[in-house]
Design a protein around this ligand. Sequence first.
Ligand code: ZN
Length: 408
Amino acid sequence: MTDGELAQARLHEIAEASLEGPGVTRLPWTREHRDANRLIGIWMKDAGLDVSLDAAGTLVGRSPNAGSKPLILLGSHQDSVRQGGRYDGIMGIALACLVARRFRDRWSDLPVAISVLAFADEEGVRFPTALIGPRALAGTLDPSVFELADADGIRMSDAMRDFGLESERASALAMRTPPVKAYLECHIEQGPILEDNALPVGVVTGICGITRIAVTFAGETGHAGTVPMSGRRDALVGAAQFVDEVNRTVSNLSDLRATVGQFDVRPNVVNAIPNEVRLTLEIRGTDDVNRASFKQEMHQVASRIANTADLNLIWTPTYDQPAIACDAALRRALAAGVRQTGHRVLELPSGATHDSSAMADLCPVGMLFVRCRNGVSHRPDEFASADDMAVAIDVCETAIRGIADQTE
Ligand SMILES: [Zn+2]
């Protein structure tokens, strides 16, 4: 059995640690999480790692050569969305264990130590927050999140206590010593670019920053039959123009994505002129300056539309998350690993947030994307092949050797 086939078998087995229903549903600090950690613990021990659970619920597998050697962290998240797939997150943990296993009998020769991290929650499905594990390690955890409750009214601190954790200790986890050289994460691409390029893996350049704006166009309602077309202040006509201009403008900009995802029309009645439309604009891109200037440009577009159609405009920025750059040296190390496998190196940005986003506050981060069938993710039919996962394991092994060589 190849390491890719072993990864596939393990991912099928751990998919059973799930709530009933189609696909995988595994939320943090639950029985399913406990079942998953039991299997991940077996994978870690098989890799020759010492297993422990930290105060945030991250299962940690440490190489026995840790001591004062610089540390390379490998990992991803164990949790899933509701009725998700078998690969998002958990694949990164399965591959990390198999990468670590390549060094199992030679720890003392290695000038770096390796820890595999299986984070509790990245998806933010159970509680209205996420990335507790990496934030705890990076020292960026806001302790007020422990008071947040899930849909059943269970506070996060209580859920963690029932899981055997003392949430108060999570804030003190920040690992400053030994020095952390790198965090490397393998993740399915969740998009179609690798498949379109017929490549098994790709090196991630950075994780997109996110800007969100709440936009309201306000006009005046009236009878759909009696108010003449001229002089109407139809908020929906203005909002529709805006959506069209956002879409047309961003389509000419290769490094940005922009989406109007919510659209609320009032009074939303068949025979009344719409007097108000509330919508959201979300902009993603790896360049903070480009994202900010697109936001500015769209504000001007919205203002022009509102002026022309005699509408009032309310423009309220609601969220801004800066982009995260993947470390240049780690990108080179991963690219060298890809070349070693005989494949072309494709670099691509991540449009989705990952554990790496929070780990970037702790140490340099590098990410490798693995091709997923039809670009599908967050669905039961999510799939990555054993062959592609085998390539990812080889790439990471070479990358770690490269990083280790620079450490000697
Ligand atoms: Zn994920």
